[in-house]
Design a protein around this ligand. Sequence first.
Ligand SMILES: Nc1ncnc2c1ncn2[C@@H]1O[C@H](COP(=O)(O)OP(=O)(O)OP(=O)(O)O)[C@@H](O)[C@H]1O
Ligand SMILES: [Mg+2]
Length: 250
Amino acid sequence: MIALEVDNVDVRFGGLQVLTNCRLSVKAGEKRAIIGPNGAGKTTLFNVISGTVRPVAGRVVSFKRDITRSPAHVRASLGLARTFQITNLFGNLSVLENILLGLQALTRTKYVFYRMTSSFTELIGNAVALLRDWGLEGKKDHPVRSLSHGEQRQLEIILALASKPKILLLDEPTQGLSTAETGLVVPMVRSLEASTTVLFIEHDMDVAFQMADKITVLYYGSVLADGTEEEIRSDPNVAEVYLGLENHDA
Ligand SMILES: Nc1ncnc2c1ncn2[C@@H]1O[C@H](COP(=O)(O)OP(=O)(O)OP(=O)(O)O)[C@@H](O)[C@H]1O
Ligand SMILES: [Mg+2]
């Protein structure tokens, strides 16, 4: 079963073509990494999938349903959740207050649409159970800004997971984290249920390989390569782009 299909998507911002014939197909339960240089269009691809950017061509299909024109809240109600590249939490509010606010927004949109299987209390229960699983329960009443960056990222993932999404999009969940803090996030992604389809953007290729079943390499808005770790590591185009960039950076 294919959970998500991006089919020949083009995105333009004014005169700037950001995605060109972008395509990928992700099986249900797969953990897929999206890698690629800065500005390659990775976040834009997530915006197209979650419904905040409309493509000028192409389709987005989820579990056989064409969602290309569905608004973001409908996609959320169908089981699509995401986290953002830039932290979306309220630093002065407590962990629990952030959970209440985040989930309230979610149930409000869900209320209008179907999939009301999860009530607000059920969502809170899920989130609190996840806090416990990941050792954050003791920080429930602490202001979010007192949490480490790694813990804040964990909290964002917990918020996204509370609705038990079918598809989860994580935009650079390890960005700005130390190696030790990255170690908090990697097992979270690894331990997600086999049935949860995950797409995550990751800058560090080694971290991407640790968390993913398959990797898609985006380059100037198009898919340069798609495959398992072995296929990506032995792909001459990927080597050229990445080694080229590394030499350039050096
Ligand atoms: N709303 C927008 N309006 C105009 N240009 C945009 C918009 N969003 C993104 N862009 C441009 O589209 C290109 C791709 O951006 P995007 O954020 O998708 O890249 P990215 O691969 O996520 O990069 P990074 O690794 O830096 O996060 C960039 O040139 C960016 O400046
Ligand atoms: Mg980005």
